[in-house]
Design a protein around this ligand. Structure first.
Ligand code: ZN
Length: 193
């Protein structure tokens, strides 16, 4: 891989599988698969190769974004397989896609349309670029919470293996037009990768 290799974006959705009590305990991310699909579509239209890996286990059975699933879940094995294969001739970027309920907040971010969570120190320029484009398109708050610990294991493992990854949390109360604005900003980011 070199800096002139084409970009490739891997989208991961670990908390896609809901259960009979998801409406009470939020054990799945209601908007995550939809947002990953929208983002994949805009990446494709920007000419950026991408693939989505969707989790098939409810997080109360096994959390696919925690250390205990790293070597026990097919979902995690599939991610490792894709990054190994695709990174041979592409610049790899992983967007780990999640969503949160309306009233949840991290550090005063309630009502924000989305939050970036970056592990392991200050977020790199490509993450900042995406956030800047989203801020330009959306008149509400966007923030990057960086330097978070290794709890988000998909991102943490990929960083350990030397790959670029960030976790994107989308607000489940976003309207359809807001989701479109977010997706358009990601497209603009992809066009400049
Ligand atoms: Zn999640």
């Amino acid at each position: 891989m070199s800096s002139t290799s084409p970009p490739y974006v891997l989208l991961t959705v670990p908390h896609a599988r809901c259960s009979a009590i998801s409406h009470r305990v939020h054990d799945c991310d209601y908007a995550a698969t939809r947002m990953a699909t929208k983002i994949a579509a805009v990446l494709g239209s920007a000419g950026v190769k991408n693939e989505i890996v969707i989790g098939d286990v409810n997080r109360r059975t096994l959390d696919l974004n925690r250390r205990e699933s790293r070597y026990t879940a097919d979902f995690r094995e599939r991610i490792r397989q894709l990054v190994t294969e695709r990174s041979a001739d592409s610049r790899m970027f992983t967007l780990d896609i999640h969503s949160y309920p309306k009233h949840h907040e991290w550090a005063g971010t309630a009502g924000y349309p989305m939050v970036f969570l970056y592990a392991g120190g200050p977020a790199p320029a490509w993450v900042g670029n995406m956030a800047a484009l989203i801020r330009k398109n959306i008149d509400r708050g966007i923030t990057i919470i960086d330097g978070i610990g290794p709890v988000n294991d998909i991102q943490d493992e990929l960083h350990t293996l030397g790959f670029e990854a960030v976790l994107l949390e989308f607000n489940e109360s976003n309207t359809a037009p807001t989701e479109e604005q977010l997706a358009r900003a990601v497209r603009e980011w992809a066009e400049n990768l």
